[in-house]
Design a protein around this ligand. Structure first.
Ligand SMILES: [Fe+2]
Length: 199
């Protein structure tokens, strides 16, 4: 596959706006627990195996339209993360491997999907930069309601947002794990600075 793909106008306006409302109202939505690459960001994470999708949809019905379109049939473990950036936020270059805390030997995801839920008017900065090693392979200017897929082993970063307002994306790292690796992944767990609850 090409390093990345973009699909526009993914959800209805009503569903997109519901996603925004519900993520904000969610008690888990708090200053980010991801790591030091994430500067001034807010979010929470849901870790799940394919068999746990029903539990995710029961707990977070507003994620269902996204999961229906974004999840890849050949992937079996997922790290879903609403991510809010505001003026001054940025994400430093990294390769996703958020499931490493459950399984140390894990490879990067097969693919990462990102839906842009809301963006500041006339946003300056906030581009998603993709690199294969040192070579830049993409610099994506987010568009509201666009879904980006990128190859999971790419180094990526988000340029500093220089505009007031909210840049909310819904990110999903999608893994194709071996049966042995999959055993270490919870059916469904929520990771949040606000609380940690295991199912
Ligand atoms: Fe990432």
């Amino acid at each position: 596959m090409k390093s990345y793909q973009i699909q526009n106008d993914i959800l209805s306006r009503r569903r997109l706006s519901r996603l925004w409302d519900k993520i904000h109202a969610c008690p888990y939505f708090a200053t980010n627990n991801l790591n030091r690459d994430f500067i001034q960001t807010k979010g929470f994470s849901v870790v799940f195996r394919r068999e746990g999708i029903g539990m995710v949809e029961e707990k977070f019905p507003f994620f269902k339209p996204y999961l229906d379109v974004a999840l890849q049939p050949d992937c079996n473990a997922f790290y879903l993360n609403p991510l809010l950036l505001t003026e001054g936020s940025r994400v430093d270059p990294h390769i996703d491997r958020s499931l490493r805390s459950y399984c140390k030997t894990i490879n990067p995801p097969q693919v990462v999907s990102v839906l842009y839920v809301r963006l500041p008017e006339a946003m300056v900065g906030g581009e998603l930069v993709l690199k294969a090693g040192k070579r830049q392979v993409g610099c994506i200017t987010p568009a509201a309601n666009a879904l980006v897929y990128f190859q999971g082993d790419l180094t990526h970063s988000v340029n500093p947002v220089k505009t007031a307002g909210s840049r909310l994306s819904l990110v999903c790292e999608q893994y194709a794990l071996t049966p042995a690796e999959l055993e270490d992944i919870p059916l469904m767990t929520i990771e949040s600075r606000a609380r940690a609850i295991a199912f």
